[in-house]
Write a protein that binds this ligand. Structure first.
Ligand code: TMP
Length: 246
């Protein structure tokens, strides 16, 4: 498989067509490249963080392989043509962000007035409706089904997958001495088979990780006002931990 033309540049990822050996565009496969672009606050705040694309792709690829081995279908096919990219199955995305929380942080604390760090067991699952005009509001699973965003059967599957994803990712980060606080994932349908699968990414952009002293090792540094080198350093810190583990 070879990289074809760029057809989409999102906030943090760029998507490319994929060509077969004769140069024809392959249906149902794309190459997804994690970039160094970073944004927060509905895209108001933007910067470039050196090495972030590589770090995110590394973490996401390791985890997606573990999720698949634990029985969660994913869009991942194989490593891509650059260290920050991968080949993935083309998906029809469900317009929901699915958030898993093991500890209270971020918008949960603001919304319910609870203290940061309160533990949840089993993982607390929330849904937000991906809709820029509405600023991605929180949505109940019932409303998501009634609005036709997802079927009831698939909501049931998502809850099961969220438990597995949470367990696999928590164990993975615990081995590095990090606590998985919360995370956001997205699901879609395999365009060929219609199968529900985990898509997008699982990275420091999309989860909160605390080290033993409670310091953030994730995008929260950027959300809280740090930029450039300081943010790059926390992405690199996780890369170094992973390299030391090999
Ligand atoms: P929150 O506390 O701001 O709702 O975030 C919960 C988790 O979801 C946190 O790990 C960050 C992640 N997240 C995203 O990846 N993208 C988003 O747009 C939002 C709002 C949160």
């Amino acid at each position: 498989m070879e990289r074809g033309s760029k057809f989409y540049a999102g906030k943090a990822n760029t998507l490319y067509e994929v060509l077969d050996d004769s140069g024809d565009v392959l249906p149902n496969v794309i190459e997804m490249e994690c970039t160094d672009r970073i944004s927060a606050g509905d895209g108001d705040k933007k910067d470039v963080v050196e090495g972030k694309g590589y770090a995110n792709n590394l973490v996401s690829t390791l985890l997606f392989k573990k999720f698949a081995a634990a029985g969660v279908p994913t869009h991942f096919i194989s490593e891509g043509t650059t260290p920050a990219s991968k080949f993935v199955r083309w998906a029809v995305m469900i317009p929901l962000e699915v958030i898993g929380r093991d500890f209270a942080a971020g918008s949960f604390c603001r919304r319910y007035g609870v203290e940061k760090g309160r533990a949840f067991d089993p993982v607390l699952v929330e849904f937000t409706y991906k809709n820029d005009a509405l600023h991605d509001p929180l949505i109940t699973d019932d409303a998501a089904v009634q609005l036709g965003l997802v079927t009831k059967d698939d909501v049931d599957k998502i809850y099961v997958y969220m438990d597995v994803i949470n367990k696999v990712a928590s164990d993975f980060f615990a081995e590095l001495g990090l606590t998985l606080v919360d995370f956001k994932v997205e699901f879609g349908y395999n365009e060929g088979t219609g199968e529900l699968m985990l898509c997008d990414e699982f990275s420091q952009d999309t989860c909160r990780l605390w080290d033993a002293d409670g310091n953030s090792v994730d995008k929260d540094l950027f959300r809280e006002g740090k930029s450039g080198k300081a943010v790059s350093d926390v992405y690199q810190k996780l890369v170094s931990m992973l390299e030391a583990m090999e």
